[in-house]
Ligand binder design. Sequence first.
Ligand SMILES: [Zn+2]
Length: 104
Amino acid sequence: MKEELKIKETPTCPHCGQKMSKCETPTYNFGDVSSGWNDPFLYICFNDECKFFVEGWERMKKYYGKNASYRFMYQPTNGIGHAIAVFSKDALKGQICKDETEST
Ligand SMILES: [Zn+2]
């Protein structure tokens, strides 16, 4: 079954303006999303200076007492933006699709 993607071109992050990275869909679920991902891949902002990511560390510590943050991401199948939880700066970076990294 071939799904029509809402997002066809690499989007830019609305929080920092950096081009987002195409990333393999993780096989585990995150916080507020219990149903898992149906997307063939995700677009994630991997900018360590991104305001969304930087503020995430403070918020997670303040509200949850956790040393974690989240990055901004889009589901290409429906164009919906989410926060994806990460526990280190390098989390998920191993999942970045190599063919999309040449222009960064
Ligand atoms: Zn960003």
